[in-house]
Design a protein around this ligand. Structure first.
Ligand code: DOR
Length: 426
């Protein structure tokens, strides 16, 4: 018995095929069958009139916290939050406890994800054993277990020689290194961007140079090794410029930006609220503008959340003791639509490219497309829906969002994974 689903009369936006038109999408047995007028009388029909029908969104930077920090998030709650945010796939970052640096841990994640039966979870493995930055993890074995990329995020790969070898070695498997770019001597002790605001508040700063110097180092190492570098959470104008220059030289570099970095500035720290504390930190209005310009011209390939749940007990500490990071899965679409599409800075196809096509391509996963025969991961977005953020009602186990009570435009209303409707906004 075939299982058929028709998404009728939506605006189908699929940058992987250059499609942007009103049409139907026919799904059968978990696969996309066709984009074109569908017959009536199928098993299940969703009226997508007025909605964007996009290849399922992919967030390539998500901290699911399991194993080890289940008080902040679990694979189950984090992937439910992903579905509610419109994501059909996430890549989970390995700064768990223990870190994801063995085949057994990768398998644990895959099993938990299978049991949760929510969205797809692609695993990022550690660059270094135990994330200690001393010796390479067993990259080959991790690839064999299914790791799609490598990262020591939360911290940079500090030793330049280790980074060089990691780029070389991961390059042999055509896997990217997702790099947290920070020179620790420059940022040590800092809680926010170094600048006028940190000076006035008397808070220790993290200068833009701490990020830029490391991006410079890593783009040079990517160039000399031919390895694949993906710069995570770019927050500075200088960083955008360095990535742009490296791309112009033909370096194999890609980059992501987070919604908070193109929405908020360091002025928000004036309230001493730790929900504005993350690494890299919120920067200045000029940096925000440079990041948006980078998204517009493609220097920044994609949008990723850096969803970083921390329980209220931890986040409620004083600013200098609270951990870095905010949640982002359930606000990413609203913030991106509100800040980038509704303002006319980017088109819908560019947004879908940044949230689905390109992260899939960077991770080398067979997602991010509605091409007939591909897995039917699909996100329906109401582009006009205005809604108020209520962090307490989120699926995420943590509530550390600076966007609570914000009114946003644009929201995922249905999330379909392999042809099954996994989330529907009621
Ligand atoms: O703000 C951040 N939080 N930045 C990171 O690099 C790590 C992350 C976390 O794991 O909480």
């Amino acid at each position: 018995m075939h299982q058929t689903l028709v998404l009728r009369n939506g605006r189908v936006v699929d940058p992987s095929q250059g499609i942007d038109r009103i049409d139907d999408v026919l799904v059968r047995d978990g696969l996309v069958v066709a984009i074109g007028p569908a017959e009536t009388g199928t098993d299940e029909t969703i009226d997508a009139t007025g909605l964007i029908v996009a290849p399922g969104l992919v967030d390539m930077h998500v901290h699911l916290r399991e194993p080890g920090r289940e008080e902040d998030e679990t694979i189950e709650t984090g992937t439910r939050a992903a579905l509610a945010g419109g994501f059909t796939s996430v890549a989970c970052i390995p700064n768990t406890e223990p870190p994801i640096d063995t085949q057994a841990t990768v398998e644990f994640i895959h099993q938990k994800a299978m049991r949760a039966d929510t969205c797809n979870v692609f695993v990022v493995g550690c660059v270094s054993r135990n994330r200690e930055g001393k010796e390479l993890a067993d990259i080959g074995q991790l690839v064999e277990a299914g790791a799609v990329a490598f990262s020591d995020d939360g911290a940079p790969v500090y030793d330049a020689e280790l980074m060089r070898r990691a780029l070389e070695y991961c390059g042999m498997f055509d896997k990217p290194i997702l790099a947290h770019e920070e020179v620790l001597e420059l940022s040590r002790g800092g809680v926010m961007n170094e600048g006028l605001v940190s000076l006035m508040l008397g808070l220790a700063g993290m200068p833009a140079a701490a990020e830029d110097v490391m991006i410079g180092r890593d783009t040079v190492l990517a160039e000399s090794t031919g390895g694949r570098l993906h710069v995570m959470h770019v927050s500075t104008a200088g960083g955008v410029g360095l990535v742009r220059m490296a791309k112009a030289r033909g370096v194999r570099v890609t980059a992501e930006a987070c919604p908070h970095h193109f929405t908020l500035t360091d002025e928000t720290l004036r309230g001493f609220d730790s929900n504005y504390k993350m690494s890299p930190p919120l920067r200045t209005a000029a940096d925000v503008e440079a990041i948006i310009a980078g998204i517009v011209d493609g220097t920044i390939d994609c949008i990723a959340t850096d969803h970083a749940p921390h329980s209220p007990e931890k986040k409620m500490l004083e600013l200098d003791r609270a951990p870095f990071g905010i949640i982002g899965l359930e606000t990413a679409v609203g913030l991106s639509v509100t800040r980038l599409v509704a303002t006319g800075r980017i088109s819908w196809p560019r947004l879908i490219e940044a949230m689905s096509t390109l992260p899939s391509r960077i991770l080398g996963i067979n997602r991010g497309t509605l091409r007939p025969g591909s897995v039917a991961d699909i996100t329906l977005i109401d582009p006009e829906r205005s809604w108020q953020v209520d962090a307490k009602s989120f699926c995420s186990k943590s509530v550390n969002s600076p966007f609570d009570r914000w009114t946003l435009r644009g929201r995922a209303v249905a999330t379909i994974v392999a042809g099954r409707v996994k989330y529907r906004l009621t």
